[in-house]
Structures are given as C-alpha cells and as structure tokens.
Design a protein around this ligand. Structure first.
Ligand SMILES: Nc1ncnc2c1ncn2[C@@H]1O[C@H](COP(=O)(O)OP(=O)(O)OP(=O)(O)O)[C@@H](O)[C@H]1O
Ligand SMILES: [Mg+2]
Length: 256
C-alpha cells in the first residue's frame, strides 16, 4: 500500500463506527502530499465517516491516523485542533450560512481564526472569490446564487486560510455535468497552483477518472482497492469495483 511518494496522511489499521457498530475496519492507505485523492465506494460504505475521522470529527474505535507523522487521535484535543485548522473542509451537506452574503461567508474563517484587519480580510476575500470565478459577487446571498456558485463559494471559504489540504464531501452533488466539470477544473487548478493536497469523497465517475491521482475503494467494510483509478480498473478482478468504475460508460455509451 505504500508508494515512493511522501505520505502526508497515513491510515493504519483504522476501524470506525458509531456506538459500537463497526462501519469500516482495518483500513490501511496513504494520502500523499499533492495528491488529488478520491475515497470511493457505494452509498453507505463509510466514505463520509472516514473523512470525518481524518478531519478530527469522529474518533476511531481503533487504529491510527498520522498527519505529517503525528498520530492525531493520540494528541491532546488542542494539538489535534491545531493540525485540523491547517485543513479546509466542504461538507456533504455543506451549505453556506444563508443569512450571510457569499463574501461574508468566505470572510468568516478569517474573522474567527486570524488577527487580520478588516481591510486585509476584504482584500483576501476578493482574491478568494476571484480564484473561484466569483469576483464581484461578494454581496450576493446564497438564495440568490445558483448551485454551482454556492459550491464555488464553499470552495472559496474552504480556501480562506490557505489550507495544506482540502477535503470535499460530494463536491458535485446536485450539479449538472457542465458545472460539475467546471468544479473539477477548479479543483485541479488549485491543486496545481498551490500544491494543495485534495481529498474528495465522490461517486462521480467522470471526476474520479479525470482528476484523481490516487484513490481507495471501500467495500465489504474495508479497502478493496488502492491506487490510481485507471490502474485499479486495469488490474482489479472485483466485480463490484468493475461495475462501479464502468457503469456510466455502459449506461451512456461513451465517456463524458
Ligand atoms: N452519526 C451517525 N450515527 C450512526 N450511524 C451513522 C452516523 N453517520 C453515518 N452512520 C452510518 O454509518 C454508515 C456509513 O455512513 P457514511 O455516511 O459514512 O456513508 P457514505 O459512504 O458517506 O454514504 P453516502 O455515499 O450515501 O454519502 C451508514 O450505515 C450510516 O447509516
Ligand atoms: Mg457520505
């Protein structure tokens, strides 16, 4: 499971669950620095649960999660929080605060976590909104924005503090194929421009095949495959994975 690239996050013998019910067990995989890493698998297999445990929201039943060599769940909460604060996160249900404009949403982490002046915050928010193609939309409320704009604003908010790693749970959910592709392009641009490690939870086959550099497939409560998605498809003999990775080409008669 180890590659020559430098692991940024190492998952070792990880078991996760809720109230004594095991959801996934004995997971082992690495997320390397600079990866666009996808956690894939059928609905309910535990993808969001795994992501939540890496971002400090779901304490493992057993096993370890190392970030930059530090065993985050063995650390005191404030030390763990210090590491997690270097991550940017956009949750599956990840709505923006509806009472705040897009700009105010992006400003929020800067107001809460830094000593930046209002002027500095304004400049930085403008920069982040421009990065995601929302320059000039500071004063729009989420109810006035399209689904694609909201996703991009959530991305700008996740980027607010220049994170080392970005975590996205189902970034394209609810988007049409064109907007979904635009979001993929933006994710790749951020990854390339800033070297940000990206961790995505997604079922979107087009995203998986076109942007993921590495991936893990979760099934039967554990890791069924690990590696570049194209490579997994070439080498796996697992029927569920083959079905998962070829379903759209079968249904739609061609790759998007
Ligand atoms: N807070 C919770 N309390 C109890 N059980 C939970 C909780 N969150 C998730 N589960 C259960 O854990 C399992 C995995 O859920 P999880 O949300 O991680 O799956 P997923 O792969 O992200 O699914 P989806 O693709 O539908 O988002 C499911 O059986 C779910 O019912
Ligand atoms: Mg989920």
């Amino acid at each position: 499971m180890r590659t020559n690239a430098k692991p940024f996050i190492s998952i070792e013998n990880l078991t996760l669950g809720y109230g004594g019910n095991v959801v996934v067990e004995n997971l082992n995989f690495n997320i390397n620095t600079g990866d666009i890493f996808v956690i894939m698998g059928l609905s309910g297999c535990g993808k969001s649960t795994i992501m939540r445990s890496i971002i400090g929201l779901n304490r493992p039943m057993c096993g370890n999660i190392f970030v930059g060599g530090q065993d985050i769940w063995a650390l005191p909460a404030d030390a763990r929080d210090g590491i997690i604060e270097t991550f940017g996160v956009s949750y599956q249900s990840g709505a923006l605060f509806s009472s705040m404009t897009l700009g105010e949403n992006v400003a929020l982490p800067m107001e809460m976590k830094t000593n930046m002046s209002n002027k500095e915050i304004k400049k930085e928010v403008d920069k982040k909104l421009q990065l995601v193609g929302l320059g000039g939309y500071w004063h729009l409320y989420p109810t006035e924005a399209s689904g694609g704009m909201i996703k991009r604003a959530a991305l700008a908010r996740a980027m607010a503090l220049n994170p080392r790693a970005l975590f996205f749970d189902e970034p394209s959910a609810g988007l049409d194929p064109v907007r979904s592709k635009q979001l993929d392009d933006l994710i790749v641009e951020i990854n390339k421009k800033f070297g940000t490690t990206i961790v995505l939870v997604t079922h979107e086959l087009s995203s998986i095949m076109s942007i993921a550099t590495n991936a893990v497939y979760i099934g039967n409560k554990t890791v069924l495959a690990y590696g570049a998605p194209q490579k997994i498809l070439q080498t796996t003999k697992n029927k569920e994975i083959i079905e998962f990775l070829t379903r759209e080409t079968k249904c739609k008669g061609g790759k998007k």
